[in-house]
Every structure is written in structure tokens, then in C-alpha cells.
Design a binder for this molecule. Structure first.
Ligand SMILES: *Cc1c(COP(=O)(O)O)cnc(C)c1O
Length: 463
């Protein structure tokens, strides 16, 4: 399988190249040169199969003959063995047409585990094949850091450095990172904000001498392999619920647009999927873009669903590439406008193409709290605030027929204060988390300065 950049000016790469490169050299994101398709016979044979079998069928389409089938099967088995539910991503019915797809049964209780557990294994495979060691870096406002550390702590070929803003992540989130004492795991608390952490990361990647010297790699969702691993649960859930002539619809609590883009890819591959509903909190740039055609960056508003508090939705670029008939020049024009003026306008044709498959909407904090309380009263289910943004939208959405599946992206115990405030009920800490609250922590506090972080990484890599 060959991969091309959404901006058309970076070299085509194979799967292993894309995995280790992350962001393309022209600033674009990599996508497969064409979307692989399942035949109807293949889809029929996958219905009702275990998660690992569906994962193998999906992922093999994107890795082609680069990864040997036995290696791929082993990586998948290892990645999902530790999940707390035999179905890995089980469906739960809430009422006649409404379902939850529970994506939070991984070790850090958020959906990021699903992709990160696989990413760590496949990166080790790629590094081993190239006899390389890499330095993995990431910035986190909460969930990504814990999921990445948990996944990479046993890596044999990579060290991982995660930056978080000192004092600005929740206690559970911090402890999920800082209590992992493996020698290849390094937690850095930056005296600054999440935006400062991201700026430092950018500075590390833009210092080409440093970047090449330590073989720097990234784990955020611009990495194609993360999207790829997320396609699997859309295929599994849509096959489980589809009936003849009745497609399955999905509502997705959305931030960086990685998760919902995986739903579009599953649909392109032939999975029986209808509408894809983008649910945002008051950070509604995507909802505004779909309603008005104008994509315009404004300031971040802190909310009760912090993993969706973002200004620029990186993976939206992959949808723009599709909606413009894969014309990279159009994407370059929009991204140049975004860089210069913080905004761009989507023309009528591409906007219509997007609206043919996606709808969007916003649930603000007040509404989200009401959804949590109401869902507990009506169904006995306690939703985390991110999932509640999605479920609130799913209940408002009218433009679909057939089952509606809301992606449950985090366990309520990860956000106990917001959940208790909304519902009066404090979610129980799962037994797996209890030792966390007493375990020893290790973290280095550094100044808000890329040079300090570079020096720290170089020193740790040497020793
Ligand atoms: C990351 C995250 C999201 C947003 O997912 P994107 O792929 O960035 O759109 C939603 N909910 C939770 C709990 C998350 O951690």
C-alpha cells in the first residue's frame, strides 16, 4: 500500500515509512493512495467474528504485504489481551434505536487505548526491522499521555517523553502517567499551559539536527496508524447491528477529528454505515464549519469535556482532501489561508460533499450535565461528559433511519467531579485504578523552554 500527502508535495511512502514519519514534510497528513474495499462476501464472513479477527482483516488491507500475517496477528492479540471486556469494544443498547459503543475498556479507561496499544506494537515492529531506536514525544492535556505511556512502557526500541502542563491535568490523569516507573518512560511537567507544551513539541520537530539525531517520532492522531486501528470498531459495530437495507449511524464526540474520520474510512471500505454525526462541546469550530462553510479559529473555552477543547482540528484536513476530490492544490490553498488569517471558506461543491455524509451539532456544558442526569434516570447508565456530548447530539439528530450508535469515549470514573455534579452520583473507581492513588510518582519539572527539554532528552537517551 502506498501513501500520499494531503498537500501533494511530500514523497509517497509505504506503511512503515508513514508510521515513523508522522507529519509529512510538506506539512500535510498521509492517507492511502486509494481506499481498500471489502467485497460483500468478505463482509458477510466477518459478521460476528471476534474483535481480533476483524482487526486483522481491516489492518491487513492497509499494511499490504509489508507485515507478515503471523506478526500482525500477534501484535493484535497482544494489544487487546489486556482489555477488560472479551468483546474489546462492546455495544450496549440504551433504547429501541440508541446504542453505546463502549471504547473505554482499555488500561487507561479512554478510547485512545484502542489505537495506542496497537501503535506501540507496530512501531516496535517497524523499528526492529530497521534496527533503530526512537524517541517518542507527545504533549497531553489529559488522556493521550496516559494511553501512550501505558502502551509504550514495555517498548524495546523506543523511549517515551510526555509533556503535560504542570498542575493542569486531573489527579487520575496525572497518576496514570507519573506512576509508571519503567526506565524508558519520562514524564515532564512544563511550567506553562498545554499550548506551551505543544509549541515545545513543534520546536523539537523543527530542529532537524535534533530530530534526526534522536530519531524523533510522534504519537498524536496525525499518525495514520492511529486512525487505522480505529476503523476496526466501526466495521465490527456496523456489521453487528446492520440488517438488510438498514445502515448503522454513528455519533462521535469530536475534537481532533481522528475518531470520526475512521468512521468515514470504514464506510468507504464498504461497511454498512449511514450518517456520521459530529458532536462538539462549546468549542464548536467543526459545527460552525459544517453549518456555514466558514472554518474559523477562536479562543479555546475550557469545558467539562476537556479532551474536546481544541481550536484546530488537525484531521479535518484529511476530510477536506476527500471532499475536494483529492486535489492537493485546493488543500494547500485552504491551509495557507488558515495559517495567515486563522480561517478559510469551503466552497459550495466540497461543502455539499461533506454534508452528504456528515451532520453536526453542539451540546454545551449545561445541556451535557442534563444529558448525564437524564440518562442515569432513564437507563441506569452513568455517562462521562464526552460521551454525554455525543449522546445529547444523538438524541437531537433527526436526519437518519436505523440504529444510532454513540461512541462512549471515556469511563465516567475518569471525570468523577463533573459526573457527580451533574447526576448526584459519584462513579466508582474501577478496582484496577485503586492502587494508582497510592503509588509512587516520578516526574521532572522543566521550564517552558524547548532548549531545556532538548537537553533533558539528550541526557536521558545517553544514559
Ligand atoms: C481524544 C478524545 C476525544 C476526541 O477524539 P478525536 O479523535 O480527537 O476527535 C473524545 N473523547 C475523549 C474522552 C477523548 O479522550
Amino acid at each position: 500500500m502506498r501513501y500520499v500527502s494531503t498537500r501533494g508535495e511530500a514523497p509517497e511512502l509505504d506503511f512503515g515509512g508513514v508510521l515513523l514519519t508522522g507529519l509529512a514534510r510538506d506539512g500535510g497528513l498521509y492517507v492511502p493512495a486509494e481506499w481498500p474495499k471489502f467485497s460483500s462476501a468478505e463482509l458477510a464472513s466477518l459478521r460476528g467474528r471476534p474483535y481480533a479477527d476483524i482487526a486483522f482483516a481491516v489492518i491487513a488491507k492497509f499494511t499490504g504485504n509489508e507485515v507478515a500475517p503471523t506478526d500482525l496477528k500477534k501484535m493484535i492479540a497482544d494489544a487487546y489481551r489486556g482489555f477488560g471486556h472479551p468483546a474489546v469494544t462492546p455495544l450496549k443498547q440504551l433504547n429501541a434505536d440508541q446504542w453505546l459503543l463502549e471504547l473505554f475498556h482499555g488500561p487507561t479507561l479512554a478510547f485512545k487505548d484502542v489505537a495506542m496499544q496497537f501503535l506501540a506494537r507496530v512501531m516496535d515492529w517497524a523499528l526492529a526491522r530497521r534496527s533503530m531506536r526512537a524517541v517518542i514525544v507527545g504533549a497531553t492535556s489529559g488522556d493521550t499521555g496516559g494511553a501512550a505511556i501505558e502502551a509504550f512502557k514495555a517498548s524495546r526500541h523506543a523511549s517515551i517523553f510526555i509533556l503535560h502542563p504542570q498542575g493542569l491535568v486531573s489527579e487520575v490523569q496525572r497518576r496514570q502517567m507519573t506512576t509508571v516507573l519503567s526506565p524508558s518512560v519520562h514524564n515532564i511537567a512544563i511550567r506553562g499551559t498545554f499550548d506551551d507544551c505543544q509549541a515545545i513539541l513543534k520546536a523539537l520537530f523543527n530542529d532537524h539536527g535534533f530530530r534526526d539525531g534522536v530519531s524523533l517520532a510522534g504519537v498524536n492522531s496525525i499518525n495514520w496508524a492511529r486512525i487505522m486501528a480505529q476503523i476496526v470498531y466501526y466495521v465490527a459495530a456496523s456489521l453487528a447491528l446492520a440488517a438488510s437495507g438498514r445502515d448503522v449511524n454513528f455519533t462521535v464526540p469530536t475534537g481532533n477529528f481522528g475518531d470520526i474520520f475512521a468512521g468515514l474510512v470504514a464506510k468507504r471500505m464498504g461497511a454498512p454505515i449511514g450518517r456520521l454525526v459530529i458532536a462538539t462541546n462549546e468549542n464548536d469550530i467543526l459545527d460552525r464549519a459544517l453549518r456555514t462553510g466558514r472554518y474559523e479559529v477562536r479562543g479555546v473555552k475550557p469545558s467539562t469535556s476537556p479532551s474536546m477543547d481544541i481550536q484546530v482540528s488537525s484531521n479535518f484536513e484529511r476530510l477536506l482532501f476527500e471532499a475536494h476530490g483529492r486535489d492537493a492544490a485546493s488543500v494547500r490553498r485552504l491551509m495557507a489561508s488558515l495559517g495567515q488569517s486563522g480561517a478559510f471558506t469551503i466552497e459550495a461543491g466540497p461543502l455539499a460533499a461533506i454534508r452528504a455524509e456528515f451532520t453536526s451539532g453542539t451540546c454545551d456544558m449545561t445541556e451535557t450535565a442534563k444529558v448525564i442526569a437524564r440518562t442515569l434516570a432513564e437507563t441506569g447508565e452513568l455517562l462521562d461528559p464526552h460521551t454525554a456530548v455525543g449522546y445529547g447530539m444523538a438524541l437531537k439528530e433527526r436526519d437518519y433511519s436505523g440504529p444510532m450508535v454513540t461512541l462512549a469515549t471515556a469511563h465516567p470514573a475518569k471525570f468523577p467531579d463533573a459526573v457527580e455534579k451533574a447526576s448526584g452520583k459519584r462513579p466508582d473507581l474501577p478496582p484496577s485504578l485503586a492502587p494508582l492513588m497510592m503509588a509512587e510518582e516520578r516526574v521532572s519539572v522543566l521550564a517552558n523552554d524547548p532548549e531545556a527539554v532538548k537537553a533533558f532528552i539528550l541526557e536521558r537517551v545517553k544514559s
